[in-house]
Write a protein that binds this ligand. Sequence first.
Ligand code: ADP
Length: 476
Amino acid sequence: MKADNKKSGGIRFTQNLRYTIWLYFMVFILFVILLLWVFQLVIMPITYQNEKIANIKNVGKIISAEITNENYKEIFDQAAYDNGISIKITDFEGNTLYEADVLAGGSAIPNKDNNLMNQYREMILNSPDNKIQLIAMNDKLHSTTLLYATLIGTPEEPLGFIFLDTSLDPLVSTMNILMKQMFYITLTLLGLGMIISLFMARMISRPIMKITKSAHALAEGNFNVEFDGRGYEEAEALATTLNYASTEISKVDNLRRELIANISHDLRTPLTMVKAYAEMIRDLSGDNPEKREEHLNIIIQESDRLALLVNDILDLSKIESGNQPLTISEFDITEKLTEILGRYTLLSEQQGYDFTFESDGNITVKADVLKIEQVIYNLINNAVNYSGDSREINIRQKNSADRVRIEVTDHGDGIDEELLPVIFDRYYRAEKSRRDIIGTGLGLSIVKSILKSHSYPFGVESKVGEGSTFWFEIIL
Ligand code: ADP
C-alpha cells in the first residue's frame, strides 16, 4: 500500500492491483467457507432435528389412528422398523400393551424402570396438550435420543400412553463425517482460491504492466514502441488507443522537426538577403540613390516576408493551442465581404486584378468575425498569389436554409489532384522554390484551424490549368 500526497493535500491510498485482486478473491473464498461452516454447524442440526420431530409426530399419528386396527401389531412393527423408532404403548396404569424396542439399550424408554415411566406419565398429564418432547442423553452408551410421548384418549377419559423414541446419534456421526469433509473442502478451496487468485491477478495486471513499460519507453522518446494489451478486451482497447496516441505523437514530433527545419530555412533566407543588401548599400550603392533605393526596397520586402512568416507562425500556434477562445458575435457576412474586397481596390487598380462578387443577398451570421475575416483574407490572398496571368478572382456568397457558402475562385494553374489532400497541412507549399510568391505555407492551415474550431465544413475543387475554388460554409 502506498500513500500518495495529492495536490489537494489529502492522502490517498493506492494499492497494488495484484494484491487487491488476490485480497478480494481470498475474502470472497473465506466468506464462502464461513457460510458453508455456518450451514453445517448451525442450520444442519436444526433441520435434522426438525425432520426427526416431524417424523416422530407422524408415527405418533399413525399409532393413534391404527390403534383399533386388528393388524395394529404388524403396522406398528413396520413403522418402528422403517423409521428407527422405539415404540411403547401402555394402558393408563402403565401395563405394556405393545412394545417395539428398536433402540434397545440406547432407548430413553425403560423396560422396567417404573419410576421413570411414572415420571414421564406425570409430565404428560401435567403438560397443557398432554404431550412431551425431550432430548434424552444416555451416559452409558453415549447416545442421544428424542423422546416423544402422548396421551391416548382424552384427559377426562384417558386410555393409555404412547412413547416414541428415536436416536439422534446419526446426526452426530454424520456431523463428524461432514466436519472432516468440510475440513478438506476448506483446505481445497483455500488452495485453489490462492492459485486462481494469483493466476487471475497475474493475468489482469500483466498487460497493464507491459503497457506501463511501453509507456515509459514512449515518454523517453521511443515512438516505435508497440503497446501490447493481449489478455482481455479492456487492456487491448487501452493498448490500441495508446498505439494510436503514439503514432499521433510521433507524427506531431516529425512535424515539429520538419516545421523547425522549414521555419529556420525560411527565416534564414530573407535574413541572408537583408544582410547581403545592407552590406551592398554600405559598401557599394550607398552613394547611388537609385541603386540604394532598389536595394532598400529588397530589404523592406524581405523584412515583410519575415514579419509575415512570424505572424503566421504566431497565429497558428495561438489558434492550435486553444488559448484563443472564439468570440462569437452577429454580423452581416455580405457587408464583411464587401468591406474586405474594398481593401483590394489598390491592387486591382495598380496591378490589373479583376475581383467579382456575387451574393444571394445580405445575411446575418454568428461567428468569430475577426477569424472569419482572416479566413477570407487568406483565401483571397492565395487566389491573388496563384491566379497566374488571368488575374480574375470570383467571390461568391450562396445562401441556403441552414448555411451560407463562400467560394473564392481563381483561374490560375490549379492544384494537382494528389496534392489536394495535403495543401491544408501545416507548412505545405506546392512550389517551395517559387520565391516570387510571398507565402509561408501556413495560410491554409490557419484557415483549416479556424474553420475546424467553428466546426464549419470547408474544401477545395481544382483542375490543373483551369484554376481552383476554395470554399467554406458558415452554419446558421
Ligand atoms: P502559402 O503561404 O504558400 O500560400 P498556404 O497554406 O496558403 O501557403 O497554401 C499552401 C499551398 O497550397 C501553397 O503553397 C500553394 O502551393 C497551394 N495553394 C494555395 N492556394 C492556392 C490556389 N488558389 N491556387 C493554387 N495553389 C494554391
